[in-house]
Design a protein around this ligand. Structure first.
Ligand SMILES: O=C(CO)COP(=O)(O)O
Length: 259
């Protein structure tokens, strides 16, 4: 890792109502405070469902916490007749810093294509927030041994036509689908293999400055037990954490991986 600040992002998925969100963020702030968390050594981001964002904002602002927050998805449209959608303007108004797109669950259950994922990332960047672009292969692809090509193709398709300057501002999250919520973690070497290949592809496509600026996260059953080993890999700059981010203690412990 060069001077990229590590990032621990907790993707709550469709868990926790706004009252539970209140409880978790307060608990997280306490746990990080007790541990003397240094935000310069690891950025901490919670990514709740849309309905919790206002609650999270209120707590973060009132207590002037160093915790940042994100959204799990966004519309590519600006406003108007798009029932059920949430715009980038709505998110920026709530102080959202990060937006996830291309999570395998949205690709699978909502048919999201690389082109749509790329359009969402563009929209988010243009609105002044940071996209967290997710990629990752299914078990069949891994078994066939074509996971590196598969993941690089996903990333390149989403970022087609982007300048190196813009790419430098995004976060990429490598989440092998077979490791998500299964308790089956990719080994640190598996994570490094793909995260390193992503960085080398960025270097080939955009040059050193972009490749060195982009933070590449690992996601998939990351937890307090394996976070140190994952973070010791040169191209793993953080984690996108599902289950283990729903408990203040485990998420705070992961954010304190450097201690
Ligand atoms: O999908 C994930 C984060 O986006 C990973 O989820 P788990 O940490 O629960 O495996």
């Amino acid at each position: 890792m060069t001077n990229r600040i590590p990032l621990m992002a907790g993707n709550w998925k469709m868990n926790l109502d706004h009252l539970e969100a209140n409880h978790l963020v307060q608990g997280l702030a306490l746990a990080l405070g007790d541990a003397g968390h240094d935000y310069a050594k690891c950025e901490v981001v919670v990514i709740p469902p849309f309905t919790d964002i206002r609650t999270v904002q209120t707590i973060v602002d009132a207590d002037e916490l160093g915790i940042k927050y994100g959204a799990q998805d966004v519309s590519v449209h600006d406003n108007g007749a798009y029932t059920g959608e949430i715009s980038t303007a709505m998110l920026t108004k709530l102080g959202v810093s990060y937006v996830v797109m291309g999570h395998s669950e949205r690709r699978e259950y909502h048919g999201e294509s690389d082109a749509l994922v790329g359009a969402k990332a563009r929209k988010v960047l243009d609105a002044g927030m940071t996209p967290i672009l997710c990629c990752g292969e299914a078990l069949e692809v891994r078994k066939a041994g074509t996971h590196v090509e598969f993941v690089l193709a996903q990333v390149r398709a989403a970022l087609e036509g982007w300048s190196g300057q813009d790419v430098a501002k995004i976060v990429i999250a490598y989440e092998p689908i077979w490791a998500i919520g299964t308790g089956e973690t990719a080994t640190a070497e598996d994570a490094q293999e793909v995260c390193g290949a992503i960085r080398e592809a960025l270097r080939a496509d955009y040059g050193d400055a972009t490749a060195e600026a982009v933070r590449v996260l690992y996601g998939g059953s990351a937890k307090p037990d394996n976070i140190k080993e994952l973070m010791a890999q040169p191209d793993v700059d953080g984690a996108l954490i599902g289950g283990a981010s729903l408990k203040a203690e485990s998420f705070a412990a992961m954010a304190g991986f450097y201690a």
